[in-house]
Design a protein around this ligand. Structure first.
Ligand code: NAD
Ligand code: MG
Length: 386
């Protein structure tokens, strides 16, 4: 790409929390970045507004009813082509003009468009972690084979990526992921039985979508991130640790064999990681103010309590079992959180649904993507019937 050309970006999940932070980065760096495709599930008016503001030529609504509604209401600019469904997502992920696809949809639905983008030779900025927990082996293999960059946008993995860059793999000892501990970190254990969706979708540090906010409360999120780190950085489960860090300023640590530890710090805003990925390997002024050491503040760290966070233990166990176990963990968690948010399931039943599903669905090696997707579907059905 000539130095003067703008990098052409496709944003899957444009109307979400990561989507919104990405738009802020795009506004600030319109001389370097150009939005050529956007996708959302059903919020068509918001997606149309993005197309108007950024003059986006390609948009997709994965939800067919929303697509029909948008067509009838005629809300999109005349020169934005509107597609729909999974085929639409795959189409914009493989646009000939696109350089990089930022995957910020929520859940395993991101897997097929991501694989298609990789096959089309696009670099990937990966915010979505569920697709890596489901299909990490296939994603990593495809990215290596195609020689595309898989840039970690999840803040912990972005931090690690920045810390280990330029260091040979054999110098790395372990990775330590920080976790805020969520909103119930210090709540009396007894009070957790009464947690409502309204309680569990308020995070003390981060403003995020509902699914990941619940995952942060249960720490299933950190469990998914351990598995994500396993795939992204190629380390065995024994070399991946979690530490509770309530302030969410240190985004993770890389420890080297001589005992030196590197960390990346910035305030809890996703714009730092998103911008790092979109401009990579370049850098430019950030859109949010960074940490100011002239002001006094405290950084605390403590080990996680697995009794309070059984989902974290279940994720560790699934990661150690390997094969399809992480996929089963993810599918069960997605269903459990969906049902919890719909007021159909108690908060403390979330780990029970995961445990039950891991017991019932047989773990196998899942040699093909089809086999894996079959296990994913089976796990979802078992979790639903809990
Ligand atoms: P969100 O719920 O705020 O937004 C999700 C977006 O994806 C929306 O635009 C929605 O329309 C779209 N979407 C959902 N299902 C879709 C489908 N089937 N097809 C097309 N579009 C679909 O979620 P979020 O908090 O922005 O999180 C997105 C992903 O990034 C998740 O995997 C999450 O774990 C990860 N992540 C988020 C944060 C954060 O700060 N929000 C941080 C790290 C990682
Ligand atoms: Mg994270």
């Amino acid at each position: 790409m000539p130095a003067s050309a703008k990098k052409k970006v496709v944003l899957l999940g444009a109307t979400g929390s990561i989507g919104g932070s990405t738009l802020r980065v795009l506004r600030a760096h319109s001389d370097k970045l150009e939005l050529v495709g956007v996708a959302a599930s059903s919020s068509h008016r918001e997606l149309a507004a993005i197309c108007h503001e950024f003059h986006v030529p390609h948009a997709v609504l994965s939800d067919e009813a929303a697509y029909a509604e948008a067509k009838a209401a005629n809300t999109f600019p005349a020169n934005s082509h509107l597609g729909c469904g999974e085929s639409g997502l795959i189409e914009i992920s493989t646009l000939p003009e696109a350089d990089i696809v930022l995957v910020a949809v929520v859940g395993a639905c991101g897997l097929k468009p991501t694989l298609a983008a990789i096959e089309a030779g696009k670099d990937i900025a990966l915010a979505n972690k569920e697709l890596l927990v489901l299909g990490g082996a296939f994603v990593i293999e495809a990215a290596k084979r195609k020689g595309v960059r898989l840039l970690p946008t999840d803040s912990e993995h972005n931090a690690i990526f920045q810390c280990i860059e330029g260091h040979p793999q054999q110098h790395l000892d372990k990775l330590i992921l920080t976790a805020s501990g969520g909103q119930f970190r210090d709540a009396p254990l007894k009070s957790l039985a009464k947690v409502t969706p309204a309680d569990a979708t308020q995070h003390p540090n981060w403003s995020m979508g509902p699914k990941i906010t619940v995952d942060s409360a249960t720490m299933a999120n950190k469990g998914l991130e351990l598995i994500e780190a396993h795939w992204l950085f190629g380390l065995e489960p024994e070399r991946l640790e979690v530490v509770i860090h309530p302030q969410s300023i240190v985004h993770s640590f890389a420890q080297f064999i001589d005992g030196s530890i590197l960390a990346q710090l910035s305030p809890p805003s996703m714009t730092f990681a998103i911008q790092h990925c979109l401009l990579y390997p370049d850098r430019a002024p950030g859109v949010d103010a960074t940490t100011d050491f002239r002001k006094a503040f405290q950084l605390d760290f403590k080990a996680p309590d697995f009794k309070r966070f059984p989902c974290l233990q279940l994720a560790y166990d699934a990661m150690r079992s390997g094969g399809s176990a992480p996929a089963i963990f993810n599918a069960a968690n997605e269903i459990a959180v969906e049902r919890f948010l719909a007021h159909d399931l108690a908060y403390l039943d979330i780990p029970r649904v995961i445990d039950h599903t891991l017991e019932k669905v047989e773990t196998s090696a899942a040699a093909t993507l089809e086999a894996l997707l079959h296990i994913d579907a089976e796990a979802r059905a078992v979790a639903q019937s809990f």
